[in-house]
Design a protein around this ligand. Structure first.
Ligand SMILES: [Zn+2]
Length: 264
């Protein structure tokens, strides 16, 4: 009888241990998948033609989706603040980084990547004169930037597949040169994207309240938003209104995505 009781106790104990291990393992998997990307981007990934089509149609989408994009970083002061807020609010964004800034702060790019943000290409030096000097210089800037990103995130042959023209493709500067560059991008299997919503932080003159108002105004009556902000110090500080901006869109029922959701 005594043995039976002991066995019963033992079974209960073993079940308890097994259950605990299962729970811990499940939690580990849940936590782990948060940091694993569906697509590891390299030059050999087969995502480009599909991606191009999706990006072209993106802003005409009828779903309430917001793609937060941050240009011109990484910056030692602003980018970590932006990353902290994105983490707190559980929002995955896209960073259009400048190659030479990546070389200065690779650890920030690594953090952004590991926290699930898409790292995209915004040229090596952001200077139109050197970027559009000739075909070779344009191609070189794209490659140097992706190389810098790859080095920072420890991924060999990293390819970002998404480029944003400095000042945007739609701006009136360098129209003809950008048209040619667009053809080069196509040959290299890259897509490019501008934005359809911004808070005008690059105007350098807005208070936080005004930035938020600018954003709300710009987003009015739009379903899919590609939002432009900057994570640099020489503009109005978007990081101060980022939390409120995210919460505004959350209240309005927007889902937050980044370009990983397009390449999956
Ligand atoms: Zn820029």
């Amino acid at each position: 009888m005594k043995i039976f009781i002991l066995t019963k106790k033992s079974i209960f104990f073993i079940s308890f241990i097994v259950l605990t291990i299962l729970i811990i393992f499940t939690l580990y998997l849940v936590f782990k998948t948060d940091n694993v990307f569906a697509v590891e981007l390299t030059y050999n990934s087969i995502v480009s033609s599909n991606l191009n089509e999706k990006i072209t149609k993106l802003t005409s989408g009828k779903e309430k989706k917001a793609y937060f994009t941050f240009d011109d970083g990484p910056n030692a002061t602003i980018t970590p603040k932006v990353l902290d807020i994105l983490k707190e609010e559980n929002v995955k964004a896209t960073f259009f980084v400048i190659g030479k800034n990546v070389e200065e702060h690779p650890e920030i790019v690594k953090r952004a990547y590991e926290e699930g943000h898409y790292i995209a290409n915004h040229s090596y030096d952001h200077h139109n004169n050197s970027l559009y000097k000739n075909e070779e210089s344009f191609i070189k800037q794209i490659k140097m930037t992706d190389e810098a990103i790859g080095k920072a995130i420890e991924k060999k042959d990293y390819c970002s597949y998404v480029f944003r023209f400095p000042n945007g493709y739609m701006s009136s500067q360098n129209k003809e040169k950008k048209k040619k560059a667009r053809e080069l991008l196509e040959e290299m299997n890259y897509s490019y994207i501008d934005w359809n919503c911004l808070n005008n932080d690059s105007m350098k003159k807005y208070t936080s309240t005004q930035l938020l108002e600018n954003l709300k105004k710009c987003a009015k009556n739009k379903d899919t938003l590609v939002i432009l902000m900057h994570d640099t110090k020489d503009v109005s500080n978007s990081s101060l209104v980022l939390k409120d901006s995210i919460r505004y869109f959350k209240e309005k029922g927007y889902k937050f995505e980044n370009f990983y959701d397009l390449v999956e």
